[in-house]
Design a protein around this ligand. Structure first.
Ligand code: GLU
Length: 427
């Protein structure tokens, strides 16, 4: 009975951290902030230990009748300031360490924006493009059912991330709701509109990248009109941010995705590219240009792909004056130092891409009150919150003469550890 044989994905070691795993990057970022935490520094170990991590087996029956097992994770890094919040990604390289780092960055991000959430993240190690829609639905539902004991509107609220979308959120919301016996729309955000989703959520992360980028550009005297933009990653975040920069007069000169690179110094028509893109073949660029992407003359570089993309070697050759981290954890700590030495300003992920989780917060609030806001209202509130958060971070950076990243951590870790301290150790 070949077609029902169980296939098990190869086991992965969780014990050893790679020298530059995202979790190592995160720990280095926490070490940099510790000297500025004053009396709260005694609680800093809290940030180095995820509160809870769940590893689940996700078996599904494939279309050919075979049974395959996938490995899934949900990590709740910190819940001191509220329920866990953070996306779910489907990717062939997802690991526990990566999910820990992504959950930790959500803790920092929600605190930096002063949202009443902690930080969490989920992932399933799978190539979603190799699954049929039915298999993808089964995977999502079984994963949701496995983690349902730790998620909930007041406990931990997943959302879209790499390779997940509103349809995946709808399956998650339905699976959870069927288990608890009522429609629990607040259990996930990034849902379709008619299921309690929010206007503006799909483009919110890219919008936040643009809004923080525009603020940073004006602080360093960089005119957006005619500014050359290079974008790594042309998924939801990269494409929405690139479109907004183009609408405001910038010229998108290079785009790279996982399938290849497009370079056109005359400017790429991003709107038509994103409308005509093949979902499984990306922008249709060439591999030959992959290295040239990093050397293409540009003023603004948007990193909107995955972690650890800005390496020391790339930090040495980029011509950008401003780097915007649309992805989570795209810059290695050594690369951060090189960029700082070269006077290249980095708007860090934990504020730059916080637009997504901010509109997720708006969605969660709207679901609770069953009262929905207009898109203009959402965008206006998002812009105000992001600009105001960045202003406070900039004031902190100026005060201590530190990078925007370390300043964001000073503010965020102060809020998290203050909550930790006043709540106290119990039981
Ligand atoms: N996945 C997004 C992020 O990394 C959004 C998370 C959310 O909305 O909870 O920030």
């Amino acid at each position: 009975m070949d077609n029902t044989a169980e296939k098990t994905s190869p086991p992965l070691s969780y014990a050893r951290l790679a020298a530059q795993s995202p979790w190592t990057t995160y720990l280095a970022q926490v070490d940099r902030v510790t000297p500025y935490l004053k009396n709260l520094a005694r609680w800093v170990e809290t940030l180095k230990h995820p509160k809870r991590a769940m590893i689940v087996d996700v078996p599904i029956e494939m279309d050919d009748g075979s049974v395959r097992h996938f490995e899934g994770f949900r990590v709740q890094h910190n819940l001191s300031r509220g329920p866990g919040k953070g996306g779910l990604r489907f990717h062939p390289q997802v690991t526990l360490e990566e999910t820990m780092a992504l959950a930790a960055w959500m803790t920092i991000k929600t605190a930096a924006m002063d949202l009443p959430f902690g930080g969490a993240k989920g992932g399933v190690r799978v190539d979603p493009f190799a699954l049929s829609p039915t298999e993808l639905e089964k995977l999502t539902r079984r994963y949701t059912s496995e983690i349902s004991i730790i998620i909930g509107p007041q406990k931990d609220i997943p959302a879209p991330d790499v390779n997940t979308n509103a349809q995946v959120m709808a399956w998650m919301m339905d699976t959870y709701s069927m288990q608890v016996g009522f429609t629990a729309s607040g259990v996930v955000t990034g849902k379709p509109l008619h299921l309690g989703g929010s206007l503006g959520r799909v483009k919110a992360t890219g919008r936040g990248v643009f809004v923080t980028g525009r603020t940073a550009a004006s602080r360093i005297g960089l005119d957006l009109n005619g500014a050359r933009v290079a974008v790594q990653g042309f998924g939801n975040v990269g494409s929405s941010a690139a479109e907004l920069f183009a609408v405001h007069g910038a010229k998108v000169v290079a785009i790279q995705d996982q399938w290849g690179t497009l370079i056109d110094e005359g400017g790429i028509d991003v709107r038509s590219l994103s409308q005509n893109m093949h979902p499984e073949k990306g922008i249709g660029g060439s591999h030959a240009n992959n290295h040239a992407f990093w050397e293409t003359p540009c003023d603004i570089l948007i990193l909107a792909a995955l972690e650890s993309q800005m390496t020391p070697a790339r930090a040495r050759i980029t011509t950008a004056k401003l780097v915007l981290e649309g992805a989570n954890g795209p810059t290695l700590p050594e690369a951060d130092d090189i960029l700082a030495d070269r006077n290249i300003l980095v708007v860090p992920d934990v504020i730059c891409n916080a637009g997504g989780v901010t509109v997720s917060y708006f969605e969660w609030v709207q679901d609770f009150s069953s009262f929905f806001w207009s898109e203009d209202e959402i965008n206006a509130r998002l812009d105000t919150l992001m600009v105001e958060s960045l202003r406070k971070i900039w004031a902190c950076a100026d005060h201590y003469k530190i990078s925007l990243r370390t300043a964001t951590y000073v503010i965020a870790c102060g809020r998290i550890l203050d909550a930790r301290q006043v709540r106290g150790l119990y039981p």
